[in-house]
Ligand binder design. Structure first.
Ligand code: SF4
Length: 281
């Protein structure tokens, strides 16, 4: 049994959905280690927001990045160390707001990283402003009279961008989270899990989700049209049922493999030597 705990005091609110994500990822890391994956070959990256503290609570190599910049940091780590598994943690404000362009390009490239989005549909750390996935009419610190815009469906954006693994879980479905986290980490290519993580302090949606979520059965995640239909079943605003599980999965060449084959990025040392020799002549 590996000790994944740290001595860092946990500052999340009692009842926060982040605890479930922490519990699930620790269980998955433990099981990967039991199966022979050295944990020094895993790097965690987080952004800015309540979610970001997760890396303080797991005894694995990690990098705290800037707001909206989890993806470029994760991509850089993967490109420089192809044997490392990189898991990015980000919030809905962090990645669907400021960092959305990075997500789109990571999906388009199919770079082999996993993104776990703590989607609580509110900026919790800054005390309750609306985010790209807040429902129409959401009343928060920055919108006391309610928002005037519809939320985006991030999974639909990711599917259109070329992501090869898409899943959804909730922070009160621990067993499903463990299953989809592990599948996503072992997937070769860009994987994203949208976790409907409840923020008990600024947008307590436990009851709302309890009434609507269901786990996918007999779903064929390799069929794109079927995946799209399931992804559109709930648009983050309507009162439709909310499907959970692996929504889409396919195989495609990864960006890191393509770079390695071209041998342009990774042959840095010989290029430097060649340049130094030329400049000494
Ligand atoms: Fe969790 Fe919300 Fe508290 Fe942040 S503010 S720790 S998201 S409950």
């Amino acid at each position: 049994m590996i000790n994944l705990n740290t001595t860092c005091p946990n500052t999340w609110c009692i009842g926060c959905g982040n605890f479930a994500i922490l519990g699930a990822i620790k269980a998955v890391l433990q099981s990967l280690a039991d199966e022979g994956l050295p944990l020094e070959n895993i790097v965690l990256v987080s952004g800015i927001g309540c979610h970001a503290k997760i890396v303080d609570y797991i005894n694995v190599n990690s990098f705290y990045s800037l707001h909206g910049r989890v993806v470029p940091v994760a991509e850089a780590i993967k490109l420089s160390r192809s044997n490392v598994k990189v898991i990015g943690f980000s919030g809905d404000g962090d990645s669907y707001g400021e960092g959305m362009e990075h997500l789109i390009f990571a999906a388009k490239r199919n770079i082999d990283i996993t993104m776990i989005i703590h989607n609580n549909r509110v900026y919790g750390l800054t005390t309750g402003q609306y985010t790209p996935t807040s429902p129409l009419g959401f009343k928060g610190r920055s919108t006391p009279f309610g928002t005037k815009e519809l939320p985006i469906n991030p999974l639909e954006v990711m599917l259109a961008s070329g992501a090869t693994f898409l899943a959804r879980g909730t922070s009160h479905g621990l067993e499903l989270l463990k299953k989809i986290f592990k599948e996503a980490i072992l997937h070769k290519g860009f994987s994203l899990i949208d976790v409907l993580q409840v923020c008990v302090t600024f947008d307590n949606l436990y009851e709302y989700y309890d009434k609507r979520v269901y786990e996918l059965q007999d779903h064929k995640p390799w069929e794109r049209q079927e995946a799209l239909t399931k992804i559109r079943e709930w648009n983050y605003n309507n009162d439709g049922r909310i499907p959970l599980g692996v929504l889409y999965r396919t195989e495609a060449p990864t960006f890191d493999e393509e770079c390695k084959m071209g041998n342009k990025i990774f042959d840095r040392d010989s290029k430097i030597r060649e340049y130094l020799q030329r400049s000494c002549l």
